[in-house]
Design a protein around this ligand. Structure first.
Ligand SMILES: Nc1ncnc2c1ncn2[C@@H]1O[C@H](COP(=O)(O)OP(=O)(O)OP(=O)(O)O)[C@@H](O)[C@H]1O
Ligand SMILES: [Mg+2]
Ligand SMILES: [Zn+2]
Length: 512
């Protein structure tokens, strides 16, 4: 007798339908076939034990468990529950009529308890697309899946609960109601811009960065407040829309980073990997490819604090993903993709001792040290940072000022209107969503300068000896500043501000 149960396999952040077929026959051997990895093969021990310890009977005959289609690699332990259901069905211990419309996923322990899994949200999306009306998951993952409308989500804690559900077709206390998603602009931020005293020019640069999606580098001495400022960037970005929320949640879910018992992620992620991070941990990879920090930062902020401390080779691997806004990981049998569209904020000291260019302290670095220090950062990475700005420590008077400065919420409102202008501008353009992502065609289409703006830029380029690369970056940032000003045209005043955000192109750092 052959019985079919349905499960789900993850490939990147997408799930695909897997059919679990259980065949009972001659002999006494137990085979699991269909490209299972070791964890799937070992399911026979967990499943047998769980079945017996839950008060059911294991068949005393030959067993073949086939996971189809055979060309998709099946990984991990979360097929246990489907396999157990298939075994119980083929021995007549549960009714089979409800099994055909269910996808069942979860790991079993030897006692028959169901353990959490990764990728529940992707599974729910797939189950619905494939026309199933029920998805049964470990209880801890059910809430996350319940944001998908039009499919019944049940969370179970044991094999016995699964059996009860399959027998009855519905058990209300296992059911997770579809949770309506409401987006709130007034979300609670842990940290707020208003806590940073002074630093108005840096806050403005961060507002520009947020408004146009420009990567930003903060350069300054120890204690100037770089880390404090960078941490507040995600709070001035516009709120996630539902699609962004879902996509970000899927990545975190596949990576097993959701703590469980929570719905979807509604705040822009802020990721802050330490400079000792490996390249795999940063961009993703491994035998069973997992998303890295840049994908966990998708739709949010990646903060690389103390940028020159990161290994050059590690930063180098970010280059392509930053360009494509996704990571592609190729293996012999398959390729997976993880989205990785993030804003980069980085910080660094101006030199090894930290006091180069400091208003009152003296830099004690030997000649050439400043240049060597900067050279530690990969050039192509630096190239992708539109805004570079020097942070000088605030004066005591400013620090002790008790007046509150502007809140993140106020800044976010301006960022949002500038982003709305860009949404209209890039509507239907496919992958370009903000000014930072403009290619040269877009630059020539919507970044024309009037004659005085062009003259100003020309003079600055000469005086500061700026490169052609800097030219395009200034124009893009100028476009964003104009958008913040609600101005169709890029005016000389916008260009003048944009020129200020090229600290590293200036004499002392560029070695000129
Ligand atoms: N503008 C400011 N307003 C309020 N507090 C500030 C400000 N600047 C610095 N501080 C205080 O100084 C502390 C140190 O700042 P922070 O760690 O951000 O400096 P940093 O520039 O990252 O230094 P380092 O180079 O050593 O990492 C902050 O935690 C904060 O308490
Ligand atoms: Mg710091
Ligand atoms: Zn120095």
């Amino acid at each position: 007798m052959l019985n079919k149960v349905y499960g789900s396999a993850l490939l990147g952040i997408d799930a695909t339908l897997i059919t679990v077929e259980v065949h009972l026959g001659q002999g006494n051997k137990y085979y699991t076939v269909g490209l299972p990895d070791n964890a799937v093969k070992e399911s026979q021990y967990r499943v047998s034990s769980a079945i017996i310890n839950s008060g059911f009977r294991m068949p005393r005959c030959g067993i073949i468990v086939n996971l189809a289609p055979a060309d998709i690699r099946k990984e991990g332990s979360s097929y246990d529950l489907a396999i157990a259901a298939g075994l119980l069905a083929s021995t007549g211990q549960i009714f089979t009529q409800n099994l055909g419309k269910m996808i069942i996923m979860g790991e079993l322990n030897l006692n028959g308890e169901v353990l959490p899994l990764k990728g529940a949200l992707s599974m729910a999306i797939q189950a619905k697309e494939d026309g199933f009306d029920t998805l049964v998951l470990p209880k801890r993952n059910a809430m996350e899946a319940a944001v998908v409308e039009g499919i019944n989500i049940y969370g179970v804690e044991s094999l016995r609960e699964l059996v009860e559900l399959v027998e009855l077709g519905d058990v209300s206390h296992f059911r997770f109601e579809n949770r309506l998603f409401t987006q709130s602009l007034e979300r609670e931020q842990e940290v707020d811009f208003s806590e940073v005293k002074g630093q108005e020019n840096i806050k403005r640069a961060m507002e520009v960065a947020a408004a146009g999606g420009h990567n930003i580098l903060l350069i300054g001495p120890p204690g100037a407040g770089k880390t404090m400022l960078a941490r507040r960037l995600s709070g001035i970005l516009p709120p996630l829309d539902l699609d962004e929320s879902l996509e970000t949640t899927r990545i975190h879910s596949v990576a097993g980073k959701l703590s469980g018992g929570e719905g979807i992620i509604t705040m822009r992620p802020f990721r802050n990997p330490h400079h000792t991070i490996s390249d795999v941990a940063l961009v993703g990879g491994g035998n069973h490819p997992q998303p890295g920090e840049i994908s966990l930062a998708h739709n949010g902020v990646l903060f690389l604090d103390e940028l020159p401390e990161f290994k050059r080779a590690v930063l180098e691997v970010m280059r392509q993903p930053m360009e494509e806004r996704k990571v592609t990981i190729s293996r012999a049998r398959f390729t997976v993709e993880f989205p990785a569209s993030f804003m980069l904020v980085a910080s660094m000291n101006p030199c090894p001792c930290g006091y180069f260019n400091h208003p009152d302290k003296e830099c004690v670095c030997p000649p050439g040290a400043v240049q060597r220090y900067l050279n530690r950062i990969s050039g192509p990475l630096l190239d992708r940072i539109d805004i570079q700005i020097e942070v000088t420590p605030v004066e005591f008077d400013e620090l002790s000022d008790v007046r509150k400065s502007e809140s993140s919420r106020r800044v976010r409102e301006r960022v949002l209107s500038a982003r709305n202008i860009q949404t209209v501008r890039f509507n239907n353009s496919g992958i370009i969503r903000n000014n930072a992502q403009m290619n040269s065609a877009w630059i020539s289409k919507c970044c024309n300068l009037d004659s005085s703006g062009a003259a100003l830029l020309k003079t600055a380029m000469k005086r500061l000896d700026l490169s052609a690369r800097a030219y395009n970056r200034i124009i893009k940032v100028g476009r964003t500043i104009a958008d913040l000003d609600n101005s169709d045209k890029i005016l000389p005043v916008h260009i003048a501000e944009a020129i200020q955000y090229r600290s590293l192109d200036r004499g002392q750092w560029s070695g000129k």
